[in-house]
Design a protein around this ligand. Structure first.
Ligand code: SF4
Length: 404
């Protein structure tokens, strides 16, 4: 179905996919419907890939009608799919309220990895991130997270399967923990999507109070967007650092008993020219991560129009990675994928959102972001400025302070 003839997706009811099987059984029992019907529905949705109640032929017609009055089935429509020359595919999906989100499917040698979004936009305004430039609209429901997986699974060639899932798309997953948790329960349920928990990685910018509750959900992996080795630089790149500075975050990870060599933390480190790519940074990192079971993923910056940073030269990338290796860290160098299809998080939605308006940069360079001045001098160019040090936007504060 093309975007032009996609149905007007007005959602009035919760989705069947908003609930893991246990919760759905409970909802059904509350309505006087047999709980085992929830198990049958899970089989239809996640094993048979049904997209409408009419396809669930082992359910009585009157029950299908009653379920249809209480629940939606589908939550997202595919508005656009882009294919990169390297095989990466990016889905632009539209929700019932017109919100657009992205999911990126990355084929590798023996696996297919999907990157999913958890929010429409993001409140955290990391200064290198296209999604941060979108601002924050709302959290995605569990059903909207699960539907990204179902839509992407249809793109995987017959005989192969979706093997890995990373929560690294648009949004900060730990600011939407209840829905992310429910989606994970559906994803790992043997009668649901039956993904192995160790194949799921959830990434956070460092919402410290929500890390332990996330690790309670299932034995999934944790990734932390590190991107700097000093508070001075990380305060600018990841403003959440002002609320949970490096020493506090690393201390909590060091004390977390569920992390070990088999379940390490993946530290994401996006290399940006002249910002965080020095040998001093490479030398500081082992000290910073000491005592934490860690793997470091070094990712040269994928440049885009919404951020003022560039990737370092290949020589600098190699020198940086080698220095981490020599210091005894487990390191992976990830070259970016799908550069020709705007595959950096938030780029496609940004471009589509911007399309109807008059472009501000018809004058070359106008409307382009500039590098925050604190990386050249005093802080500027970041919507979350120095006067806000220690404070978060209200929506973030409400989540981040919970359980503290
Ligand atoms: S990097 Fe992640 S946490 Fe930061 S603004 Fe982008 S989506 Fe949000």
């Amino acid at each position: 179905m093309s975007a032009g003839d996609a149905p007007n997706h007005a959602r009035r009811r919760p989705s069947l996919k908003d609930h893991a099987r246990g919760a759905l059984r409970q909802r059904f029992a509350e309505r006087g419907w047999p709980a085992y019907r929830a198990d049958q529905i899970a089989t239809w949705l996640y094993k048979q890939d049904a997209t409408a109640l009419e396809q669930m032929t082992n359910l009585p017609a009157d029950l299908r009608d009653a379920i249809g009055e209480a629940f939606e089935v589908e939550t997202l429509v595919v508005e656009q799919t882009q294919a990169s020359i390297d095989g990466t595919r990016k889905l632009l999906l539209r929700a019932f309220d017109g919100a657009r989100i992205e999911a990126v499917l990355i084929p590798e040698e023996r696996r297919h990895t999907l990157c999913v979004s958890t929010q429409v936009g993001c409140p955290l305004t990391c200064s290198f991130c296209a999604t941060g430039a979108l601002g924050f609209t709302r959290n995605l429901s569990a059903g909207e997270i699960v539907d990204q997986v179902l839509h992407a699974r249809r793109l995987v060639p017959a005989g192969e399967s979706l093997t890995n899932l990373v929560f690294m798309g648009m949004g900060e997953p730990l600011l939407n923990l209840p829905n992310v948790s429910e989606a994970i329960r559906i994803l790992v349920d043997p009668k649901g999507l039956a993904l192995a928990p160790r194949r799921i990685t959830v990434s956070t910018a460092g919402v410290l109070p929500q890390i332990a509750p996330l690790l309670d959900v299932a034995p999934i992996h944790l990734a932390v967007s590190l991107h700097a080795t000093t508070d001075e630089v990380r305060d600018v790149l990841v403003p959440l650092n002002r609320r949970f500075p490096l020493a506090e975050l690393m201390g909590a990870l060091r004390r977390e008993p569920r992390l070990n060599r088999r379940r390490p933390v993946f530290f994401e480190y996006t290399l940006m020219e002249g910002v965080n790519d020095s040998l001093e940074d490479a030398r500081r990192m082992p000290r910073l991560l000491a005592g934490i079971p860690a793997k470091v993923n070094v990712i040269p910056m994928n440049p885009h129009a919404d951020a003022p940073y560039r990737p370092p030269s290949s020589a600098v990338v190699d020198r940086f990675t080698a220095a981490l290796h020599e210091a005894g860290l487990r390191v992976t160098l990830r070259r970016d994928r799908g550069r020709d299809i705007d595959a950096a998080c938030g780029q496609l939605a940004n471009r589509v959102a911007a399309a109807p308006s008059t472009a501000p940069d018809s004058v070359p360079g106008a409307g382009r972001p500039t590098r925050p001045d604190s990386l050249q001098g005093p802080l500027a160019g970041n919507r979350w400025g120095p006067g806000d040090a220690g404070a978060l936007p209200p929506a973030v504060e409400a989540h981040a302070l919970r359980d503290r």
